[in-house]
Design a protein around this ligand. Structure first.
Ligand SMILES: Cc1cc2nc3c(=O)[nH]c(=O)nc-3n(C[C@H](O)[C@H](O)[C@H](O)COP(=O)(O)OP(=O)(O)OC[C@H]3O[C@@H](n4cnc5c(N)ncnc54)[C@H](O)[C@@H]3O)c2cc1C
Length: 426
């Protein structure tokens, strides 16, 4: 029977290398050159390339892609173990070529692109010679894709796109935009005439697509296939976020424990106060539960498919936001006034927790998905009483025993005597 929580030694060696590399190289890089991968200064680019060469030499580049799609083919479980290390360092996902939104867009290209599309866009994205963004949400509707209106019309050898998108992360600095239209997913170079990026919001852009013309071969996947492509993209994205959220929760937990042991109040170190201990114990359990949930979801994806693991992925999605909220709040609270400042990562982490409940689909929608899918395995009971109604169960049990009682009157007498004794006690 296979039931194992151990990591095989070869892979553990890789994880140890990643943990050491992140502490030694990635953390300082993040402090000196935030967003280093996107910094155009030649000296910084050189530094980034040098670090990325080390990552590539370890076979750790583009970890999220299956082997046949150009990655190392780790699968989701191993990826989860990697992400729960690199998720601690803001600079790491980009440095490892594993940062959203490019990862999801590359997954779509790898799975649905023609050879020519892969050559034109996937290769440069993999090599970070190009960056992308994903335009799905619209100003009038986010959670419900049936409200989306952006549409492409075929005109001779071109598609003409019209519509408006909201919250396209890093759209302003992307080279190409993956635009979800009601009739397909299109790749649109950002500098195409008619792509109008609005001044606000600054980071997650509001983009008007006005008579944007792209050649026919900029349609990705089948016509009318946008929802299938979007599911493929978001399924992976959600679980990757969850894996990195574990890392954030662990960071908060480490900070909480260290501080609890370092401060004193009312005659003892604060770790000795029971209400502080409760926060530590609750946070510990919450992180463990989240981690097991994420690893099991990842395992299920590896052994079935993203589609078949939809219940698990959706469960992970809203649970990670809740655990991050609870654990980062506990950490912030235990750090006291320091926790409320921007002098540690805690305040930003706590502030980002509500965002986790909205990005990649609001929690309510995922909860509804889980409830709907779980309920599909149940049926209403017949008659007035639920299946576990005790008087009916007891009656059925006596009936089941009747043949034995008929064969053995002493057993019947024992049962009746025992029943009377219990009645008396009640
Ligand atoms: C950090 C971040 C990055 C993002 N990046 C991108 C990106 O790169 N590209 C992109 O296209 N989009 C992106 N989004 C947008 C994201 O996909 C949407 O925010 C999300 O789908 C929700 O849509 P909305 O914001 O319009 O909220 P709405 O759909 O208006 O929902 C608002 C609230 O209404 C309630 N609600 C909605 N539907 C239901 C329901 N069915 N049941 C119960 N309650 C409900 C919930 O309380 C919900 O929080 C990003 C969002 C964030 C926060």
């Amino acid at each position: 029977m296979a039931w194992d929580f151990a990591t095989d030694p070869d892979f553990q060696a890789k994880l140890d290398w990643i943990a050491d590399f992140c502490k030694r190289e990635v953390e300082p890089l993040g402090y000196v050159f935030p967003h280093a991968v996107r910094v155009p200064i030649p000296k910084v680019r050189e530094l980034v390339r040098e670090l990325q060469d080390q990552i590539k030499a370890q076979g750790l580049w583009a970890l999220f892609l299956d082997e046949e799609l150009g990655g190392p083919g780790f699968g989701q479980l191993k990826l989860a173990l990697v992400n729960e290390i690199i998720g601690r360092y803001p600079a790491a996902p980009q440095l490892f070529g594993a940062a959203a939104p490019d990862t999801g867009n590359m997954e779509m290209l790898a799975a649905y692109g023609t050879e020519e599309q892969k050559e034109r866009w996937l290769k440069p994205l993999l090599n970070q010679e190009m960056f992308s963004a994903y335009s799905m949400t619209e100003p009038q509707g986010g959670s419900d894709p049936n409200l989306f209106k952006t549409h492409a019309v075929r005109d001779g050898e071109e598609w003409v796109i019209n519509g408006e998108k909201w919250f396209t992360s890093a759209g302003r600095v992307a080279d190409i935009l993956f635009v979800m239209c009601t009739n397909g997913m299109f790749v649109v170079p950002r500098n195409t005439p008619g792509v109008e990026i609005q001044p606000e919001p600054r980071n997650h852009n509001h983009i008007v697509y006005r008579d944007v013309c792209v050649p026919l071969d900029h349609l990705l996947g089948p016509e009318d296939g946008a929802k299938v492509l979007a599911q493929r993209r978001l399924g992976g994205g959600r679980i990757h976020h969850a894996m990195r959220t574990i890392a954030q929760c662990k960071l908060a937990f480490d900070m909480m424990c260290e501080r609890a042991l370092s401060r004193e109040s009312h005659g003892k170190i604060i770790a000795e106060h029971q209400m502080v201990q409760e926060k530590i114990a609750d946070s510990y359990a919450a992180i463990k539960m989240l981690r097991l949930l994420v690893l099991e979801a990842a395992w299920k994806i590896d052994n079935t498919s993203t589609q078949e693991a939809r219940t698990e992925i959706a469960t992970v999605k809203y649970t990670m936001a809740k655990v991050l909220r609870e654990v980062s709040f506990n950490a912030l609270h235990i750090l006291g006034s320091l926790g409320t400042t921007d002098l540690t990562p805690i305040q930003e982490m706590y502030a980002s927790a509500p965002t986790m409940g909205i990005a990649d689909g609001v929690d309510e929608v995922h909860k509804a998905t889980v409830a709907r899918r779980v309920l599909a395995d149940y049926r209403p009971h017949e008659g007035y009483w639920p299946t576990e109604y005790i008087p009916a169960k007891r009656e059925a049990a006596w009936q089941a025993y009747e043949p034995r009682f008929q064969a053995d009157p002493e057993l019947r007498a024992a049962a009746e005597g025992y029943r009377d004794y219990l009645k008396q006690r009640a």
